[in-house]
Design a protein around this ligand. Sequence first.
Ligand code: ADP
Ligand code: MG
Length: 392
Amino acid sequence: MAVLEPGDPSELARRAAAGFAERYAAPPTVVGRAPGRVNLIGEHTDYNRGLVLPVALPHATYAAAAARTDGLVRIASASQAEPWDGSLDAIAPGSVPGWAGYAAGVLWALREAGYEVPGVDLHIDSTVPLGAGLSSSAALECSVAVAVAGLLGLDLDDGLREALVDAGVRAETEVVGAPTGGMDQAIAVHGEEGCALLIDFDADVHRAVPLELGGRTLLVTDTRVTHELTDGGYAGRRAECEQAARLLGVPSLRQADPEAVERIEDEVVRARARHVVTEVARVEATLAALDAGDWPAVGRCFLASHVSMRDDFEISTPELDTAVSVAVEAGALAARMTGGGFGGSSVAIVPDDRVAAVTRAIDAAFALNGYRPASHLVATPSAGAGLVEPVS
Ligand code: ADP
Ligand code: MG
């Protein structure tokens, strides 16, 4: 059974600082940390002004940084062979190819927001799996944003946190060109230990929801089928949702009447819209069930969400369907695919004493089906972004 450990934050900050010192022959000034996330429920609802309920992972990305005086930017990552360097002034939408765009894009967006961003050396290290639907992209953006705020000596108050979320969103949507909806950066920055985060994208508010797991584990299974958010599937779904809202004459699907949705003529557009309106209702039902400690009801919400993503939104895969059904058969109280889809991960709520049985059953089913071995992680609800003192 492969279980991905999150690592100790100060030890990982030390590793990032050591990687920085080896590359640039001087120690970093700060190390920023931002977590990945697993979304409990509320998928493809953020850009439809709906509700989401993510949890920040203990797995995080660490950005070691030092300012430069010559306006140059150098970006390297322990996960990538190719570093990037260029001038700060040249960073703009479309100007930085590949992975470094997520980091460089944050520098651009913070400058656009009026911050006096200096040239900078960056070295990135992470325990968030890349492209697994656990938001390594926002973890990267927000770790860089927090590191730059640290270099500028800014106080990480509520106003600055909002600005860092916005910078991450602009980096991803405008500089990289992935039309994601903003959930990932919000949880990476606002996550709280022991809590999920309820975000309402219509009212533009969020609140921490304490998760009383008492004897239950949030188990994430990475199917290791990677998606590419920039390759069209995600953007296509988003366009269909916008089309549905236009047909219904509402500003977003959050305002759509479920009965009107059923009258949309185009079968595909109707199904996409149905997923969104029913998914928002399921977030509300899940909150009520969690509040009441009604785990069977949470399980029904998760399963209905999975079926909706599989059949109406059509973003599941055979691997995800297998991970979900086998988890439930082996004792999970609730399971669903999570994240943008087309691969990625599932999330299950499992009694502590069933975790080993569930992971074993998934591994066996994957082997039987000839799928790549999955990797599992325990999603202990963790804190959002901040600076970390490396141990020396
Ligand atoms: P997810 O956010 O679900 O992991 P995305 O496709 O949104 O998937 O983002 C993954 C991409 O983000 C990677 O392919 C890479 O370009 C970039 N990325 C994320 N984390 C890192 C990292 N630690 N180092 C370098 N690039 C990263
Ligand atoms: Mg992402």
